[in-house]
Structures are given as structure tokens and as C-alpha cells.
Design a protein around this ligand. Structure first.
Ligand code: IMP
Length: 485
């Protein structure tokens, strides 16, 4: 059959972006403050806010993941580091909070105070249960004990021997009462034989009250995800015990070799797997078929990221809003209800609302979170203003560290698919999340939707013309700082 080249152009479908639509206001009896923004990111992972931070080396390491989980979202630890470093980041998130810490760092009575100091500093902890023969608790060593001692002294000479402890069935309320009454900040949990089973810290007890929306697992630890390549089974196996989800981190998941690798990998690991990135109905359909029940979520969007030059360089792309709607159509077709994560190009809450309205359950952001205090990298001052570094994982800088190199199928010459730069400093994650969720709530209010699922039903899209884009933002006014323009 002859190829009809001309029809390929004339029948081309629109690939819509966030700039092309608005949410048409609907009749509403929804107060923004009453909107329920909680969602299922996967079957097992429930978020109180639909926000996910990108696995990028200028966005998500342990600090970001901790801060975002405390606010109700989840961070995905990037993979541009060794397996050991990535596992350590995940462990840090899991250790950051829990009612009873199970993975307790301890010290032996025969060790030196200098050893204790080093442990406290490297692990950022302030108290060490002292354990004989690897299990029996004989004392506790706090930073106060250590600070006033000779580093050459033995732990047994300095430790507090009379330790207030709790039994394994202690409740959060009991622990709080004991700690307040006895004025202790650490409460070891021991069995009848004084075997150390865990540790409760006052910080964790109060953290539940300070962060009521935090996303937690069934041991009260914060939720965390990690990025992997579908080819990297070793990494997936090393991470599976410490993370709640593994997130595929390849630019083009709809590739026969990638699908094959993911198929093998998902058979070997027990933790839920988010596939991606995908941009089309066919991509989602083939993924669902290939992985046959082992897809817990899909990362949608190819080429929309703010640091992305994929579409510019290769002219290949499925903008995030289009990708979400396409993959949502695949879900309709298959009858599966697998959550979709809109990934790339989200600049503000309104874009997030559009992505959710198009069928997503959560939004993944790199740029927005890169500007927060908790992202890796220090503040950069330029002309009196503060910025933070931000770069694509396909940028030359990122690719100089070898670990992420397989995200992009680089030709031998190594064409960069990402750029490096800086983004304005936005403050702490808590401030940014508050602003963003406030914006989402307002959008939901206009649409008359009380939850994400309600938005899926009620949202009406309005198509904006190229001329309209100019009208639908501040215009005909000179804003402060723009006086010279
Ligand atoms: P942003 O929030 O618009 O900055 O988009 C972040 C998303 O861009 C990430 O979650 C990735 O899916 C994607 N991404 C990360 N690095 C690159 C890159 O170097 N090129 C293209 N896309 C990238």
C-alpha cells in the first residue's frame, strides 16, 4: 500500500499542553478549605496531598523526601548515585520518624567515646543505647554524656546505667506520659530479658502532632520511593526493603527491550512498581499487557520538563497533559484503575489542577521542588537574589556521573537531552506545598469538585486560543521590576 504522507500531516492529532486549556468554572457548593486532596498513588500508597518530587539529583535526596512526606506527599530518591548511597538515603527517610525505631544504632560498652561521637555525627543522632553482646541493653549514652567526657574513655564509664524503658506493647500515649514524667527524650523498648527491640524518641512522639498530614507506613515511618532503571535488578533488590515504591526512570518506556527488562524485574521484586515514562494510549496498553498486573502506577509525560530539550533535539514528545489524557483513555479501555502521575512542565497549581482534571492522580514536579531549601545544593546569590541549582538528568553535568546514563538512549556522541541552570529560591517545602495545595483547592472550588475523583467527573476544559493566552494573565499593566520593559 502506498504511504499517504500528506494525510499524516493533515490528520495529525493535537498534542495539548497546559498552556492550551483552562478549567471552565462550574456550579459549586464546595468550599476550598473542605476539598479532600488525598489520593491513591498506587494500591498500597495513599497520599494526603497529590504531590511527588522528581527523582533528579538537584531535587530529591533524603531531606526533600522527609520534608515532602511530612507535608502529605512523597519524594522519589534519584538514582544518580551508587546503590549503597541510594539505599542509605531511603534508610534515612525511614529512620527520620517512626513511633518505634526498629533499626536502632547502638554501641558496645567496651567502645570508646570517640567511636560514639563519630557514630552520632555520621548518623545525625543524639543518643545511643549501649548494648552488650549485640542484644542486651546495659545503658544509654546521650550527647550530653559524651560532650563532657574524654574521647579516650570507655562508653561503660560514661553511660547512664539506670535507663527508663518501655515494654513492646507500649502505646503512643503511654510513651508520651512516661517521657514527660521522667523527663527523658529517648525511651528504649526492651523485652523481659532486657533485649533491645526498638527505640522511641520524643521528637517522633510529637511529630505526629506537628505533621498531621504526613504520609506514613504501617510502622508510622514516612513513605519514600526510589528511582531505578528497569535494567538494574541489583539496585531494585537492594532498595526493596527500604522503600514503598520503585519508580521506573527511563525517558521512553514504550521500548521492547525496556518492557522485557521491566517484566523480568517486576517478577523478582515484591514492592510496587511505577512504570514510565509513557506518553500514549498504545504505550500504556502495551505496558499493561507486558507487565500483566504488575504495574502499580504510570508516570505520564515525555518532553515537557522545564529542563528538557528532548523535544527540541529529537522532535519526539508527548506533552504531559496529552500523555495523561491518553493514558487515562487506556485505563478506560482496559477497565483498569491504575493511577497516573503527571510528570513534567507543571509550573503552578493551575497546571496541576489541569493534569488532575485530565485523569491524573498526582503530579510530579522537579522545577518547583528544586527551588526549595531541602533540595540538594546550596543557595546561589546572583544580583542580590537567591537561586538554587537545577539540571536535567540528561544534561551533560548529570551524565558526567555515570549512574543515570541509561535514562536516555544516548548515541555515541552523547547528545544532552537536558539543560543545567538555576531556579529562584522559593523557601521551605512546607511553604511551597501550602501555596500549591491552596492553589489546587481554589481550582477545585471553581470546578465545583470536592475531591480528585469528583474533579475527574466534573471538570470541563476550555480550549484557549493562541491570542487568548495573552489575555489570561496580567496584561496592560507595568508590574514592579518590569518598569524598563
Ligand atoms: P519539571 O518539573 O518541569 O522541571 O519536570 C521534571 C521532569 O522532567 C522529571 O520528573 C523527569 O520526568 C523529566 N526530566 C528530568 N531530567 C530530564 C532531562 O534531562 N531531559 C528531559 N526530561 C527530564
Amino acid at each position: 500500500m502506498p504511504i499517504d504522507f500528506y494525510s499524516k500531516l493533515t490528520n495529525a492529532s493535537g498534542v495539548y499542553t497546559f498552556r492550551d486549556f483552562v478549567l471552565v468554572p462550574g456550579r459549586s457548593d464546595v468550599e476550598p478549605s473542605k476539598v479532600d486532596l488525598s489520593v491513591n498513588l498506587t494500591k498500597n500508597v495513599h497520599l494526603n496531598l497529590p504531590l511527588v518530587s522528581s527523582p533528579m539529583d538537584t531535587v530529591t535526596e533524603a531531606d526533600m523526601a522527609i520534608a515532602l512526606a511530612r507535608q502529605g506527599g512523597i519524594g522519589i530518591i534519584h538514582r544518580n548515585m551508587s546503590i549503597e548511597e541510594q539505599v542509605e538515603n531511603a534508610k534515612r527517610v525511614k529512620r527520620a520518624e517512626s513511633f518505634i525505631i526498629r533499626d536502632v544504632v547502638t554501641i558496645a560498652p567496651s567502645q570508646k567515646i570517640s567511636d560514639a561521637l563519630e557514630l552520632m555525627n555520621t548518623k545525625s543522632i543524639s543518643g545511643l543505647p549501649v548494648v552488650q553482646d549485640g542484644e542486651r541493653m546495659v545503658g544509654i549514652l546521650t550527647r550530653r554524656d559524651v560532650n563532657f567526657s574524654d574521647p579516650k574513655e570507655q562508653v561503660s564509664q560514661v553511660m547512664t546505667k539506670e535507663v527508663i524503658v518501655a515494654s513492646p506493647d507500649v502505646t503512643i500515649e503511654d510513651a508520651k506520659k512516661i517521657m514527660n514524667k521522667r523527663k527523658v527524650e529517648k525511651l528504649p523498648v526492651v523485652d523481659q530479658n532486657k533485649r533491645l527491640l526498638g527505640l522511641i524518641t520524643i521528637k517522633d512522639v510529637y511529630s505526629r502532632e506537628r505533621f498531621p498530614l504526613a504520609t506514613r507506613d504501617n510502622q508510622e515511618r514516612l513513605l519514600v520511593g526510589a528511582a531505578i532503571s528497569p535494567y538494574d535488578l541489583d539496585r531494585a533488590k537492594a532498595l526493596e526493603k527500604y522503600v514503598d515504591i520503585l519508580v521506573s526512570d527511563v525517558a521512553h518506556f514504550h521500548n521492547t527491550n525496556v518492557l522485557e527488562a521491566a517484566k523480568k524485574l517486576t517478577k523478582e521484586v515484591a514492592v510496587e512498581f511505577i512504570a514510565g515514562n509513557l506518553g500514549t494510549l498504545e504505550g500504556a496498553r502495551d505496558t499493561l499487557e507486558a507487565l500483566d498486573g504488575r504495574v502499580a502506577g504510570i508516570r505520564a509525560g515525555v518532553g515537557s520538563g522545564s529542563i528538557c530539550v528532548t523535544s527540541e533535539v529529537t522532535k519526539a514528545g508527548a506533552p504531559t497533559l496529552f500523555a495523561v489524557a491518553q493514558i487515562a483513555a487506556a485505563m478506560q479501555e482496559t477497565g483498569l484503575q491504575i493511577p497516573i502521575i503527571a510528570d513534567g512542565g507543571i509550573r503552578a497549581a493551575g497546571d496541576g489542577a489541569l493534569a488532575l482534571a485530565a485523569g491524573a492522580s498526582a503530579v510530579m514536579m522537579g522545577n518547583v521542588f528544586a527551588g526549595c531549601t531541602e533540595s540538594p545544593g546550596g543557595l546561589i546569590k546572583i544580583g542580590g537574589k537567591y537561586y538554587k541549582p537545577y539540571r536535567g538528568m540528561g544534561s551533560l553535568g548529570s551524565r558526567q556521573k555515570r549512574f543515570a546514563i541509561d535514562r536516555y538512549n544516548q548515541p555515541a556522541k552523547g547528545i544532552a537531552e537536558g539543560v543545567e541552570g538555576v531556579v529562584p529560591y522559593r523557601g521551605d517545602v512546607s511553604t511551597v506545598v501550602e501555596e500549591f495545595s491552596g492553589g489546587l483547592r481554589a481550582s477545585f472550588g471553581y470546578a465545583g469538585a470536592s475531591s480528585v475523583k469528583d474533579l475527574w467527573v466534573k471538570a470541563r476544559f476550555g480550549a484557549v486560543t493562541a491570542a487568548g493566552i495573552d489575555e489570561m494573565r496580567p496584561h496592560s499593566i507595568i508590574l514592579p521590576g518590569e518598569e524598563k520593559i
